[in-house]
Design a protein around this ligand. Structure first.
Ligand code: GLC
Ligand code: MG
Length: 249
């Protein structure tokens, strides 16, 4: 019976230092039946498949197969290669994509990401303004003044994702835990950037990799929580540190 849940972001958390990832896999493999594993990423399904294939090509070892994949910053959940229709139905409430797209069309400093980064529940942009945090708050004010409920994610210093109010990594984890009846299991979440912030919710344990992005470090500096570890290690080595630190492994 699984005794805990491990949720990790991919880019610059689980992946980024192949030696560290392989070392983590070696520690986890003998215990694979002791934990559920979710990957939670900004990438879409095809892009995750590409990343996993590339990892195997370089290292001659596969990554661990997750029980679930939370993709596209929480707007899609997959079990193996099958999307979870219940999740899509859940996040679709009160979502007015066309109105939001129309309102933000030509907003100064917002550059749409490529078509393959967009989906019916995700509008993604790059920011190119002098002060991106001010732009992000202006966008938030504009959307709420127009009663357009949504969740805004600022990551990697210059990307912006607009998704339905409950479509983010944190809420996707809670939904899956409920579906699987595993809400009581100790949970460790691992990340490096702004789109990981929603995962660090109580009562979860969390680890922030040392190589984290400034927006996540800044958020962390405003928290007072002994549930969240700011690791002394980069990438996957931080995950291993946290598994020991929180006595999960
Ligand atoms: C991934 C997605 C991109 C998103 C970014 C931040 O890179 O491909 O669309 O903006 O994560 O969440
Ligand atoms: Mg990342």
């Amino acid at each position: 019976m699984p005794q805990f849940l491990l949720v990790t972001d991919l880019d610059n958390t689980l992946i980024g230092d192949n030696e560290a990832t392989l070392n983590l896999i070696e520690h986890l493999l003998p215990h694979r039946d002791r934990f559920y594993l979710f990957y939670a990423t900004g990438r879409n399904f095809d892009s995750v498949a590409h990343l996993l294939g590339f990892f195997q090509l370089l290292t001659h070892r596969p990554l661990l197969t997750p029980d679930y994949l939370i993709a596209s910053v929480g707007t899609a959940i997959y079990h193996r290669s099958y999307p979870e229709p219940g999740w899509t139905k859940y996040i679709d409430r009160d979502w007015q994509r066309d109105k939001i797209a129309h309102l933000l069309h030509n907003f100064p400093g917002l550059i749409p990401q490529s078509d393959r980064e967009q989906n019916p529940w995700k509008l993604s942009f790059y920011l190119s303004t002098k002060d991106d945090t001010i732009t992000v708050s202006k966008i938030g004010e504009l959307l709420s003044a127009n009663q357009l409920a949504c969740h805004i994610t600022f990551s990697h210093r210059n990307t912006l994702d607009i998704t339905p109010l409950h479509a983010h990594k944190g809420s996707a984890i809670l939904w899956l835990q409920q579906q699987l009846g595993i809400s009581h299991l100790p949970t460790l979440v691992c990340g490096d950037s702004g789109n990981d912030i929603t995962m660090y919710q109580p009562p979860f344990y969390g680890v922030i990799v040392r190589n984290a992005q400034p927006e996540l470090l800044q958020w962390y500096s405003q928290q007072q929580s002994d549930r969240i570890l700011l690791s002394q290690y980069d990438y996957a080595a931080a995950i291993l540190e946290a598994l020991h630190y929180f006595a999960l492994l």
